[in-house]
Design a protein around this ligand. Structure first.
Ligand code: KIV
Length: 247
């Protein structure tokens, strides 16, 4: 699984991924917001629809933004139904463990396929006090495993486990039926997810769990510098890029 926010990126990633996630990380990656908290339903629906238009093979899941599902199962159903109708996505993802399990059960019993998200849950950054890895203390590790079990029993068809100490993912995999998709959760997961812009090297700083498969930021900078220099020196455009009347 990789994240996608645009039609063209979806087209490029789709042949290689089983799932594409329209993550609410688009708040930071696309909109320059300080966290995922301000992300809106309108943003998720617009980008979700674009990604669905660019994919034909991968399952597309769209994140439910903060504030769109926590108040009640009925609120969650309304938001999830809107996301599915407006985007054409196959599933939604929402954050939370035992506390949100009744909502996941409500949605899955009403035709909404749900991916859970536990461990480091970025929408709860103000409660967690930052983006540090979770499960350092035994009691917190046990709570994360209990969250996984609750989300699994509630009917989530897959569970994203983010930013947890090694060992927790294998405990979860042992006790749950749903496939575990890890991000900073070790190799003991059934699958992995990364924010595409992180793994493409679009940012100077990335979390420890990210592997950079390219250095796109540098390559884009080099291309823009070459273009600007050629425009200023009038070596672009050449005859090759110029429309000429037929003689
Ligand atoms: O918003 C997102 O991109 C995510 C992934 C990092 C799992 O939730």
């Amino acid at each position: 699984m990789l994240t996608a926010y645009t039609m063209r990126m979806a087209q490029l990633l789709d042949p290689h991924c089983d799932m594409l996630l329209v993550g609410d990380s688009l708040g930071q990656v696309i909109y320059g917001l300080p966290s995922t908290i301000p992300v809106t339903m309108e943003m998720m629906c617009a980008h979700g629809a674009a990604v669905v238009r660019g994919s034909w093979h991968a399952l597309v899941a769209v994140d439910m933004p903060f504030g769109s599902y926590e108040a009640s199962p009925a609120q969650a159903f309304e938001s999830a139904a809107r996301i599915m109708k407006e985007t054409g996505c196959a599933a939604v993802k929402l954050e939370g463990g035992e506390a949100i399990a009744p909502t996941i059960e409500f949605l899955t019993h009403r035709g909404i396929p749900v991916i859970g998200h536990i461990g480091l849950t970025p929408q709860a950054v103000n409660i967690l006090g930052g983006y540090g890895a979770r499960g350092r203390e035994q009691c917190e590790a046990e709570k994360i495993v209990a969250d996984a079990r609750a989300v699994d029993e509630a009917g989530a068809f897959s569970i994203v486990v983010e930013g947890v100490m090694e060992g927790i993912a294998s405990d979860i995999a042992r006790t749950t039926g749903a496939p575990v998709i890890g991000i900073g959760a070790s190799a003991d997961c059934d699958g992995q997810v990364l924010v595409t812009d992180d793994m493409l090297g679009m940012f100077e700083r990335t979390p420890r769990f990210v592997k950079r498969y390219d250095d796109l930021a540098e390559r884009i900078g080099n291309a823009a510098r070459a273009y600007a220099q050629e425009v200023r020196s009038r070596t672009f455009p050449t005859a090759d890029q110029t429309y000429r009347p037929k003689s």
